[in-house]
Write a protein that binds this ligand. Sequence first.
Ligand SMILES: [Zn+2]
Length: 528
Amino acid sequence: MRFVALLSVVFALSAQDTSISAQRIAEHTKFLASDLLEGRGVGQRGGQIATEYIATQLALAGAKPAGDNGTYYQRVPLVGVETAEGATLSAAVWSKGVDLKWADEFVGVSPLERPDVRFEGEAVFVGHGITAPEFKWDDFKGVDVTNKVVVLFTNEPPSTDPKFFDGRALTYYGRWTYKYEEALRRGARAAIIIHTTPTASYGWDVVRNSWGRETPFVKLAPNEKALSFQGWITKEAGDKLLGLANHTVDELLAAADKPDFKPINLGIQIRAHIPSKIRELETRNVAAIIPGSDPKLKDEAIIYSAHWDHLGVGTPVNGDAIYNGAIDNATGCGILLELARVWGSLPQKPKRSALFLAVTAEEGGLRGSEYYGTHPLIPPAKTAIALNFDALYPWGKAKDVVLTGAERTTALPMAQQIATRLGLTISPDAAPEAGHYFRSDHFSFAHAGIPAFSIEHATEFAGKPAGWGKQMYDEYNAKHYHQPSDEFQSDWDFTALQQAAEFGFLLGMDVANQAKLVDWRPGDQFHR
Ligand SMILES: [Zn+2]
């Protein structure tokens, strides 16, 4: 009798241990979002403590160190660059010229990571700055822009045809990050985007706010090339600048949308002086691995990721200077840790290994995951999938899950089966034209060739009317997103996070056990 009773206790315990707990996710979230963690700023004490906590929890889960030199940490060297007072940008032809005013007319940063940068160069207008062979589109048409200052628009040629720039959805070619990368690949000295609200999909104030502060860059390797300047000018400043060459913004935007567009040598000389405040930032990704059970396949892995950083201590709002980042992204870290715990407690491990990765500096532009992408701990060709968690909403029981980008991969049918099993529907990206796929850490993995997407927050909740989730989301976005008030609330209901974790767990298990690696859909931009 005693033996039976003991056995049932053991079974009860193990049943509990291998099921994902909303409560545990909530407890991690509460700790990571507490004021003691000081907003988990990169290069700040609270951020260091957060990484210690995450590494400790991963160790307790039985995951092995997967970072540098047998540790749980992958060092990520960053350089913070903030354009200092006195930055100038001017344009001239013959005797005429315009001087643009910092913040009101131009913003930007010098990725050279040097305190004092001066440059000049001829301005060439390159349309949208896109070379996309799969859409038979080339804005450069073989024109050499080495040492030139390219002037361009963000976004891509408008389309409703799914075969041309994915129709209404934004492709990576439309993102401003791509523009600067392509300009650098082509040897340009600097790249200046002319802002318009329709092409950017947000107003000048958003550009000014996000570019008027410190930007972290991955530290350049010796002799690594970088643009002297990457920035934006207002539409009005664009008209002043283009006016020197008798062009207007509207006219050139119309020209840029045509397939026969060719670069226009504007005959304008651009000159700039960009002083910067430079600071080295010591930060790290946390990496831990639970080895697979198959002697061959354990060399391959799936990745679970979440960014641990938030905005740290900053400008006070209503007397509160701690940007706790409870939803963004203590929630994702809570899920990551709970997944590791359950994976670690499986009596029989899946065939492939599972890498648990808490990345740094997402808020500064996906820098921790970018660094991982260029310094992978498991080769991308041996990485079956990367599943990311970023900002999930503890507002009750979910009816759906959003998987932006799953349709780019061969994992979609499997994801659909699992969703059905869990009684969840897969909801489409509500705003594909906003390019959310390129704004979270999974994108860095995709950029490195790893099939990747995020398991995102629910949009519909059980027992709530249709549209309630959207209303809550809009309210969160308006009042708490990136504000000190993104704080843990004791009345939050973490059921939706448990569901997202269960979904990720089952999908990860299936991918870790299936015969083949997940692949990109044929022809996808990130196909490896
Ligand atoms: Zn954020």
